[in-house]
Design a protein around this ligand. Sequence first.
Ligand SMILES: [Cu+2]
Length: 281
Amino acid sequence: MPRFRSWFVAIFLSMYPLLAMAAYPVQWGKGFQTAASPTAEKIHELHHLLLIIITAIAVLVFLLLLYVVFRFNARRHPVPSKTTHNTPLEIVWTLIPTLIIGVIAFPSLNLLYFMDKTKEAELTLKITGHQWYWSYEYPDDKVSFDSYMIADKDLKPGMKRLLEVDNQVIVPVGANIRLLMTAADVIHSFAVPALGIKQDSIPGRLRETWMRINKEGIYHGQCSEICGVNHAFMPIVIKAVSKEEYKIWLEQAKQKFARANFMLQHSFVILAKYMPERFQE
Ligand SMILES: [Cu+2]
C-alpha cells in the first residue's frame, strides 16, 4: 500500500507542472490558466484583490445578519426600538462602501489603460474574424493567411479537439505586439485566456490591444462571441518562438502564403481565362 501511494504521489507531482503550465483547458482544471503575459498577470492580481474584498464583505454581512437574527428576534426582543435616523451611522455606511469602491476603481482603471495599447510596438498583427475562421495579417512584412480549425477526423495523436488550427500565428517571445482587430461579417471576440486577451472584433471598426508573451509555448483560445452556427469551431492558436525562429518562419511564410495570395488575387483573371466563351462578356 505505501508503495502504491508513493507511486501515486510521484505521478501526481510529475503531472502537476504540466497542468499548471497548460494554456488550454485541462480535466479538473480550476482557476485560471497560468498567466503568460503582463496583462494576464495583472488581471490575476486584480482578481485576487477583489476576491479578498468580496469575501470580507460577505463574511461581515453574514455575521451581522446572524447577530440580528439571534439578538433581536421577537422572543428575545418583544418591544422593538422606534429609532428611524442615526446620523453618524448613516455617514459611516455611506462612506465605507464609497472607500471600498475607490480601492477597487484605482487598480481596475489602471489595468484598463495598461491593456489598452502599447507605446513601443515591435510588431503589428491584424486579426480579422470571419464566419467561421480567423485571418491574420503582418502588415509590416506583407504576410497574411487564414487559420481554420482542424476537424475531428483529421486530428493527429496528441492534438486537442476543437483547439487546433491549420495555420498557427507565430510571434516572437518577449516582443511588444500591437493587435488590431476587426471582423468581416458579424461580431466575433478574440480571446486567449493565458495571455489575458478578450476583445470583440467588430465589422467596420478597428480595435486595438497588445500582448507580450513571457514564455515560448503554444497558447490556445477561441472565439468568445456567439457569431453563428459554427461559433464553436474557430479556435485561435498562438505560438511564441525565439526571435531567430520567428525570422526563419517569416521568410518561409512569405513564400508559402505569397502563392496562395497571388492565386486569390488573380482568381478572377484565371477563371475568366479558362471559362467558356459564353460566360465572358
Ligand atoms: Cu466568431
